[in-house]
Design a protein around this ligand. Structure first.
Ligand code: NOJ
Length: 502
């Protein structure tokens, strides 16, 4: 009997610890598994991949001007004239997306390809046909189109009128948005009005910046932002008024924000991070996503105070009227978020600087020398930063559905791209922690990019693709990289592969 009990006891112990072990591995598996219905996709943008810069009725955008007339601003003096030639090879792109098994493809419309005059008066049928063919092929292959209206290629003739700092663009953007909803809204259900306003408004902050490279520091970004936020809200409202009932899609904006870490663990450094979040994210997000609307209070206070000290009668930061605040507040169906890297914010007293963003911020940004690098000077690998930033969005804006519209890593184009594999798997792991442990409502994730492409002022010198593109070969062949195989496996299994679990 005694013997029997001992055996029984041991068996029980084994059973209990077996169950505990099973429970442990189940929760572990869950921690690396994507929630049901989670969307996985890949992205590109018109100017970066299409080429065909002057074909079939397309006119110049500010990036055609930048690469043709100011090519000293492009690291390798290249252009997007041909790029990946996706205008002619979109069927190959869709085949690549099929091979990856993605749920969706995020691409952007080229405004001057659709409206060669920038205005709604003249629609270029060849442009409409091109996007129809692309969208139809996606849909036929069960790949959802996620479309960005503006990924930086403003028609040059609208820049000639001043570009985004000119408020007349609110009306012109409305006309453009209407053409897009009308022509493509039966099939496109996810719309992004603007991609990364923080980045493209930088084009009005310095002569060596992104297009249009206008040197108006301290003014250009605020004026451009004032316009684009109203233009975003206008597009959202016309969707509500004219299209939503029939088309049943979602309309939002994509904001890029780096995470900020407290360098010295002091309140002073924490405050600098808070300013970074408000100047880089709040400037665009607060009017749209916050309960109260309008610019963030700290941004308003700092720019007003500096403007006054500079002897200006008006603040450099424009004012939204109470009606505008109401009109803009809540114009979203999700939060589009591009995330790549992190910084430290170092408090900085720029009182004696000339008018500039930097002076208004009261911080400058720096990187930890221990963070692993990439081919881009600004892109250090800090996976926990994604979790931090997702939480920052969730806490500030009432946990909206977040669609990660970009995340990715640059190298020099190797097929055996272990740096990219580590990047994707570690960032995705941190994203899953934000979802499972912190309760952040992330609904989808987009890899930047489907293929190597024209990386703006860096030309083709930095590569972000899951597919390699040979830019020396006129036929622009694409080859799958190792990272694409891992991403393919992630999509097929809806899990982080065991070999990459940390
Ligand atoms: C964000 C931009 O949206 C995209 O166009 C760019 O290529 C990537 N970041 C990488 O820099």
């Amino acid at each position: 009997m005694a013997k029997f009990s001992a055996v029984y006891f041991v068996a029980l112990l084994v059973a209990v610890s077996g169950a505990a072990h099973e429970e442990h591995s189940r929760t572990k598996r869950q921690a690396y598994t994507f929630p049901d219905g989670f969307l996985l996709g890949a992205a590109t943008a018109s100017y970066q991949v299409e080429g065909a810069w002057d074909e079939d009725g397309k006119t110049s955008s500010i990036w055609d001007t930048q690469t043709h007339d100011k090519n000293y601003l492009i690291a390798d003096h290249t252009t997007g004239d041909i790029a990946c030639d996706s205008y002619h090879k979109y069927d190959v792109d869709v085949q690549m997306l099929r091979d990856l098994g993605v749920d969706f493809y995020r691409f952007s419309f080229s405004w001057p390809r659709i409206l060669p005059d920038g205005h709604g008066n003249r629609i270029n049928q060849a442009g409409i046909d091109y996007y129809n063919k692309l969208i139809d092929l996606l849909v036929a292959n069960n790949i959802q189109p996620v479309a960005t209206m503006y990924h930086w290629d403003l028609p040059q003739n609208l820049q000639d009128l001043g570009g985004w700092p000119n408020y007349v663009l609110v009306d012109y953007f409305e006309d453009y948005a209407r053409v897009l909803f009308r022509n493509f809204g039966d099939r496109v259900k996810y719309w992004i009005t603007f991609n990364e306003p923080l980045t493209f408004t930088g084009g009005y902050e310095g002569a060596y910046a992104h297009a249009p490279a206008i040197n108006a520091p301290g003014y250009g970004r605020y004026l451009a932002t004032h316009t684009l936020i109203k233009a975003h809200a206008r597009a959202y409202h016309i969707y509500d008024d004219e299209f939503r009932a029939d088309q049943q899609g979602k309309v939002s904006i994509t904001l890029n924000v780096d995470a900020c870490f407290n360098y010295q663990n002091t309140t002073e450094y924490q405050d600098a991070c808070e300013r970074q979040q408000q100047f880089e994210m709040g400037l665009f997000a607060n009017p749209i996503y916050s309960a109260e609307g309008d610019w963030p209070a700290i941004v308003r206070e700092r720019v007003d105070a500096n403007s006054k000290a500079e002897g200006l009668a008006e603040s450099r930061l424009p004012v939204f009227t109470p009606d505008e605040i109401e009109y803009i507040r809540g114009t979203y169906d999700f939060f589009g978020h591009n995330h790549y890297t992190s910084n430290y914010a170092i408090p900085y007293d720029g009182t004696n600087d000339p008018a500039s963003d930097q002076k208004d911020h009261g911080y400058y940004l720096t990187k930890d020398p221990n963070w692993p690098g990439s081919a881009s000077s600004w892109l250090k690998v800090v996976p926990t930063g994604l979790r931090y930033q997702l939480n920052s969005i969730a806490t500030r804006y009432n946990n909206p559905p977040i669609l990660i519209t970009e995340n990715g890593f640059s190298d020099y184009g190797d097929l055996n791209d272990t740096g990219r594999i580590n990047y994707y798997t570690s960032y995705l792991t941190e994203m899953l922690r934000a979802i499972n442990e912190d309760g952040v409502n992330v609904i989808g994730y987009t890899a930047w990019s489907l293929m190597d492409n024209f990386e703006w002022n860096q030309g083709y010198s930095e590569k972000f693709g899951l597919y390699q593109v040979d830019f020396e070969d006129p036929t622009r062949p694409r080859i799958m990289k190792e990272s694409a195989r891992v991403f393919q496996q992630i999509i097929a299994t809806r899990q982080i592969p065991e070999a990459y679990r940390t």
